[in-house]
Design a protein around this ligand. Sequence first.
Ligand code: ATR
Length: 272
Amino acid sequence: MTPSLRLAVFGDPISHSLSPRIHGLFGRQLGIEVDYRAIRCPEDELPAKLSELAAAGGIGANLTLPLKQTGLRQCRQLDRPARLARAVNTLKLDEQGWLGFNTDGPGLVLDLERLGIALTDARILILGAGGATAGILGPLLAKKPACITVLNRTAARAAGLAERFAHLGAIAGHSLDAPAQAHDLLLQATSLGHSGTMPALPAGWLVPDARVYDLNYGQAHRPVAHWAERYGWKADSGLGMLVGQAALAFEIWTGQRPSVSAALASLDADLN
Ligand code: ATR
């Protein structure tokens, strides 16, 4: 019998993580037995928890909040998306230690492609300038959009991100009340959905046939879904991004990429 692949996701809180379920689905899809556990881990315990995982035969891990920046220090090498995001969400063990990856941005791009949303030459508007936005800007700019505009309640954070990523393409950062300019795609990357609302976005920021993609999913996606419906824009939740980032992590660990659509079909009914 092939031994199962030992994997874990660390975070705090972690009990609601869908990752064990998603990686279980991937394993069944590809005939790979996985033992993927969700483990609560405060920031200061990450080195010890990773050593425990390695000692138990673990070969890979995911990191979620609040560990994505702390995790950088545990890695002897980082992939480009992780360097650009200054955060890691996927670790792989080799003979010399942990290699760090960030599949969040690539997972979003994969999902936007699955949905038929064009990025090249698109005018992309991003709401929010926190860690979620920092994680996606590199892979989005690599697709050569016409421009990316980041709007944020705290304008300085948006301007800071624009400055940090300016060497990769056309990007600007403004406050939420900046004068509107038409965009083709809205990416909602604030954490506001968790409190049941949506940042007020003045009319004029989106063209009539714009697409809306919310990095939140489940209950937290509802406010954006209702808002977009009112204006007649098609809105998608970030469940596909969650599955996409997981699929790319699974590929890093096993060399095989599972199907995002097949996993989503199993999850969708419960969560959207
Ligand atoms: P994450 O890592 O999920 O991006 P974060 O770094 O805390 O989390 O960022 C949360 C984002 O949601 C920020 O853009 C934040 O705006 P500020 O930078 O001004 O704090 C945004 N956000 C949170 N609550 C908000 C609110 N009530 N109205 C508008 N934006 C809000």
